[in-house]
Design a protein around this ligand. Sequence first.
Ligand SMILES: [Zn+2]
Ligand SMILES: [Zn+2]
Length: 350
Amino acid sequence: METTIVKAFGTGAVDKPLEAMDIKRRELQPKDIEFEVLYCGICHSDLHQIKNDFGGTMWPIVPGHEIVGRVTRVGSEVTKFKAGDLAAVGCIVDSCGQCQHCKESLEMFCVEGVTFSFNSPDTYMEGDHTYGGFSKTYVCEDKYVLKMPAFEALASAAPLLCAGITVYSPLRHWEAGPGKKVGILGIGGLGHLAIKIAKAMGAEVTVFTTSPEKVSDAKRLGADHAVLSKDEEQMKNAKGSQDIIIDTVSAKHDVNQYLGMLKVDGSLVLVGLPPEALEVAAFSVVGGRKSFSGSNIGGIAETQEMLDFCFEHNIVAHAEIIKIQDVNEAFVRLEKGDVKYRFVVDMSSL
Ligand SMILES: [Zn+2]
Ligand SMILES: [Zn+2]
């Protein structure tokens, strides 16, 4: 297959910092879109894959899966986009298209396995793997490309492509809305967007946090209530109060305590990725017919719905915009939790 050399930013080994490098992108196929990358968000899973935390990282690795750009060229069969349009790519860039889940636009559950926007075997270029958004351009089949609404703060909208859909999808699935009480665990990249989205859906939002200074952050982000989880009195008062809890915590924590905050038939949905197994006691779920569940990003159709919803409700991430040259430092800070609440790379710096 014909390829084009594209400037990117990545690393060739687990112990090396990211640096400028050249990668190959496939030449446009009839259904493909090429776009110039304008902004790319930084997600915790970029960090995990650079460090090979999940195993299976393929080097060189070019991360980035919250990709916003402007279309430069389209293939001969593309009608959905034209040059100059805003476009976006999130986590998913290919799937079988035939299985039950793909047919329902739940591509993330494709039985053949999903091709992710970076660090996945490339279905077009045999023996190669996909390279993410830390690059000048991106090439993707049109059905996996989102129409990016013209957000005023376009850079800050990039994190919607992974963080946004990760919390939007379970909020929709578990029917957050007027009359429903939604609890959010953790105010980081995911949690801060969960607060804004759940509020926009009409739910009453309570943040559970371990740190007193985050109580005021939670209120500023629009939460109706904040409960300090170390305060026994506050926790006792919040018992049995929530319909849904979105758990964004990526470290080991006691979920039983939070299952206790659910009403009968309530559900705690895990979207964080703690490295160790969590323990659920029988009495935490049996008594109130409660669910302990999980959720993983969202399909293409729902991601488009989420972008349009966030545009309509003026929701973007709280982002610190950085240059690509500062990305190594950003990963160090991300690891320490030293970001409010998401880094976005201005790719014009590459
Ligand atoms: Zn992500
Ligand atoms: Zn499939």
